[in-house]
Design a protein around this ligand. Sequence first.
Ligand SMILES: NC(=O)c1ccc[n+]([C@@H]2O[C@H](COP(=O)([O-])OP(=O)(O)OC[C@H]3O[C@@H](n4cnc5c(N)ncnc54)[C@H](OP(=O)(O)O)[C@@H]3O)[C@@H](O)[C@H]2O)c1
Length: 231
Amino acid sequence: MPSALITGGNRGLGLAWVRELAAEGWRVYATCRHPAEADALHELSRGHGDVTVMRLDVTSTDDAYAVRRALGDTPLDLLINNAGTYLEKGEVALGRLRFDDWLHTFAVNTLGAARITEALVDNVARSERRQVVFTTSHMGSIADIGWPGDYYYRSSKAALNALARGLAEELRPRGITLCLLHPGAVATRMGGPESSLTPETSVRAMHGLIDRLTLKESGRFFRFSGEVLPW
Ligand SMILES: NC(=O)c1ccc[n+]([C@@H]2O[C@H](COP(=O)([O-])OP(=O)(O)OC[C@H]3O[C@@H](n4cnc5c(N)ncnc54)[C@H](OP(=O)(O)O)[C@@H]3O)[C@@H](O)[C@H]2O)c1
């Protein structure tokens, strides 16, 4: 059975990934910051799925290597860097920039994905599928910027895109396929209730997309529906 590790697996898109893969018989390592509060994950792990709940704050190198030690030599077919944050409350503009919030956004959205990939890449390399997903956003596309604001989030995802593009080349010789996925506008705590997609619909589409992905397409930036997005 293939195995996957998901960051931010306790709610939103991360929880939908855990549900989707567990229902298809995958072994799922569902990571989250606060396992004691992750009721939905514990319910899944008590049910029929093969779900292991693990503590992982993506800003913590200690956490990342504790997960690596717990996994040992276990192969990971799919690593989904999903955890993300959006801290721009109200209008963010010159004169109102909160640099601590900006730094934290980078720590989670950009450095977090790098940290977890660095810690777990050998487990991915040991697997059959060898896939790494970076959950990005169309808002990380510089070509998409047509209005002011969202500086913390946009720049953190643009930097994630640049990181992923280079990492895809570093990992290609090891047979690891890395892709950037924009999940669409999804009704989660981050996306808000008015967003058009459910987490389940978005995840199902992204799952279909990565099932078809080949090493040749490593480093590409896709919308959940399969369209290639501009940088
Ligand atoms: N929803 C959308 O419309 C949309 C659009 C484009 C891209 N995305 C991207 O999709 C991904 C998932 O977003 P979502 O919509 O599911 O958001 P969400 O419902 O707000 O969930 C965010 C998840 O990230 C976790 N997280 C935050 N900081 C973390 C940290 N330091 N360490 C580990 N986990 C952390 C949260 O855990 P806690 O519960 O502990 O806070 C939560 O599980 C993000 O990368 C987001 O940027 C979403």
